[in-house]
Design a protein around this ligand. Structure first.
Ligand SMILES: Cc1cc2nc3c(=O)[nH]c(=O)nc-3n(C[C@H](O)[C@H](O)[C@H](O)COP(=O)(O)OP(=O)(O)OC[C@H]3O[C@@H](n4cnc5c(N)ncnc54)[C@H](O)[C@@H]3O)c2cc1C
Length: 432
């Protein structure tokens, strides 16, 4: 509240300047405006505390994490996994443990295995998990995207069949949306699903499918009406990844890991009971799924706070007048700003307001902040920074892998150019 606690001078100067810009200095004319303007400012109090219920939730979770997070996980000394398969199994077991204590999908209704927790608890859960350096939930696509989509659009039978197994990681899910010719412009997808008795026969190719090689099910967008225009003829269905005709080929990424894949679908038979929502209405259901990819990202906030700690530690050896110190200070400011963006969105959620296109701003902000911060990290590390392991590497190559991984942050969950288009058109109302 910058104007409320002053002698009035800054406000007076500000209003005098504004009046002058509008056509002439009229000292004192600001008074009625100031009185009108001050009332709402003074009556608004920003409440920056979490509710007592949310704090109790946080305390219980902190206690549980202190006892259960595998010793040393997330630290440089933690023994690396020999293979991705080994890491996957480790993460799946971890999620099963979390789910048993009902810490996965805590914001889901209790009838589907959640705690019916509110947005504050959901936010704190992610924040505390990251702060405790707890392993990630492996079935993120299931928990964050599939669950909410099935709760909104699925049949009761589909919910009963799939939801609780998502939380326990008994079934792992992937998202079969992107295709070689359809990413940002997803409505140009070409995978076909042709009705055949009580099945669809699906053919086509998907790409960039994270964790497909370990998945049991996928949410699939396929064209069911080839004559309808773009978004109109698309359906949303559940694909059993173990069906005959599903071929998964891992793709090696910059980090050296192969988390994502190409998926070839060769006449795969999908039962019609796996259709989600109405036939040809998949595009509107996909919007629910995609809306859950953005919004608040407390996990990213904490990850970048920890990266900042790393950066400050590394910078201690820099000379006092080293220009990189200024960039580290800038990084600290940006992480703080990211927190306020998150809190503003969280407030909207608590009030039950729709997130709206502003959620694009958070994604844009944190992903670009991340890439700037990682650039500073690499700059501070110098030549040793690019070594991924070995006696001369820093932090066993953890930081360079992080640098490489976050190059993708401006692509996944909708590219940053697309987020800019959304902000330009739907937030700022700029012409096309
Ligand atoms: C790590 C990672 C994991 C992923 N996991 C999954 C997954 O599990 N499932 C899944 O379905 N997909 C996944 N994706 C795919 C992701 O959703 C797409 O990469 C993304 O939507 C962009 O599509 P594209 O790669 O086809 O690029 P394109 O859409 O071809 O874009 C190429 C370039 O053109 C720009 N561009 C495109 N259209 C416009 C426009 N209208 N205005 C301005 N610029 C434009 C883009 O910003 C980009 O720079 C993943 C991607 C990454 C990087």
């Amino acid at each position: 509240m910058p104007f409320a606690d002053q002698s009035g001078k800054p406000l007076r100067e500000f209003l005098d300047r504004a009046l002058r810009r509008r056509g002439g200095p009229v000292p004192g004319r600001w008074l009625p405006i100031a009185v009108r303007g001050l009332r709402p400012i003074q009556s608004q109090r920003m409440d920056l505390e979490f509710s007592p219920a949310a704090e109790a939730f946080r305390a219980e979770l902190r206690g549980w994490l202190a006892e259960h997070v595998p010793a040393g996980y997330g630290a440089d000394a933690f023994e690396e996994f020999a293979t991705l398969e080994e890491e996957f199994t480790f993460l799946r077991n971890w999620q099963a443990q979390l789910a048993e204590a009902r810490w996965v999908g805590a914001h889901w209704p209790s009838e589907y295995g959640g705690r019916g927790a509110g947005p504050e608890e959901h936010y704190l859960l992610q924040e505390e998990m990251a702060a405790a350096r707890a392993p990630e939930v492996i079935n993120r696509i299931g928990v964050n995207l599939v669950g909410p989509s099935l709760m909104t659009h699925g049949t009761e039978e589909q919910r009963r069949r799939f939801l609780s197994r998502i939380l326990s990681a008994e079934d792992i899910w992937c998202q079969l949306f992107s295709e070689p010719g359809a990413g940002s412009d997803l409505t140009s997808l070409r995978t076909r699903a042709i009705p055949d008795g009580d099945h669809f026969v699906v053919s086509g190719q998907k790409v960039w499918t994270s964790w497909a090689q370990y998945s049991d099910f996928g949410i699939l967008l396929a064209r069911t009406d080839p004559d309808a225009k773009r978004a109109r003829g698309i359906s949303y269905m559940i694909l059993d990844m173990h069906s005959p005709g599903v071929e998964v080929r891992p793709l090696r990424q910059l980090t050296g890991s192969s988390e994502f894949n190409e998926v070839f679908l060769n006449d795969v038979r999908v039962p019609k009971e796996n259709l989600v929502g109405a036939l040809h209405d998949g595009w509107s259901i996909a919007q629910t799924t995609l809306a859950h990819e953005r919004g608040t990202s407390p996990r990213q906030l904490v990850i970048h706070r920890m990266l900042l700690d790393d950066l400050i530690r590394l910078a201690r050896t820099l000379p006092p007048d080293d220009p990189r110190r200024g960039r580290i200070a800038q990084a600290a400011i940006e992480v703080e700003i990211a927190k306020w963006h998150n809190w503003r969105t969280l407030t909207r959620r608590i009030r039950g307001e729709p997130l709206g296109p502003e959620s694009s701003f958070i994604k844009l902000y944190w992903s670009e902040m991340s890439q700037r911060m990682h650039d500073v990290v690499m700059d501070v590390l110098g030549p040793a920074g690019i070594l991924d392991g070995g006696p001369h590497s820093v932090a066993r190559g953890r930081l360079v892998r992080s640098y490489l991984y976050y190059r993708a942050a401006s692509i996944f969950a909708g590219t940053n150019e697309v987020q800019r288009n959304i902000i330009a058109g739907r937030v700022l109302g700029l012409p096309r």
